[in-house]
Design a protein around this ligand. Sequence first.
Ligand code: HEC
Length: 181
Amino acid sequence: MSRRLLFAAACGLTFFAAAAIAGDDDHREHMKHMDMDHMKMSPKMSDTRQEVDLPSPMRAHMLSHMRGHAEAVAEILAALAKGDGAAAAKIADARLSLASPGAAACKPNAKSGELGEMPAMMASHMPDEMRGLGLTMHEQASKFAQEAAKIGPGGDMRPALAELSQVMQACNACHAAYRLD
Ligand code: HEC
């Protein structure tokens, strides 16, 4: 028997042994949770997101923008944890707000080419509703920046955090509606 087969056989045995040792009820309970997790994660069974067909270079461009968004949120949270509202506002302004370069493709006049070639190409491949969700996120990030800039030394963070949570909800709204593949 090859090593790989031996290993698979050993894994199988361990699984059955574990199932036998766990009480029947425990086991059933465990399997139920596994099924639920599976349903949540399985894209085929519950995925109602609309597919957006982007040519490959644009796809890479968009995903790299997305990772940039997530990094910006992490840096914003780190600044807020230090009580530095001004720094958090600066990051949001530069990387997520309506004024940030990434917002161009979501703006209504992007398709005309007025805002640059890449934003125009991206805009022509994204459904208008999707760009609307993008615009909402960038607007919300601008609101957050305004609120964060108001935090004085030892000031209340809650209004800014509430705006930031709205930013994340705007990210999630688009993620719930669209996928690239
Ligand atoms: C207008 C729509 C839209 C908005 C707004 C949006 N995203 Fe995305 N994002 C997408 C799509 C579409 C994907 C690809 C998902 C897929 O194909 O499964 C994605 C993927 C990602 C990924 C995965 C990147 C990778 O390399 O695979 C991250 C991280 C991400 N988004 C973060 C964010 C964050 C953080 C925000 C908000 C600050 C945000 N996104 C806002 C549409 C959006």
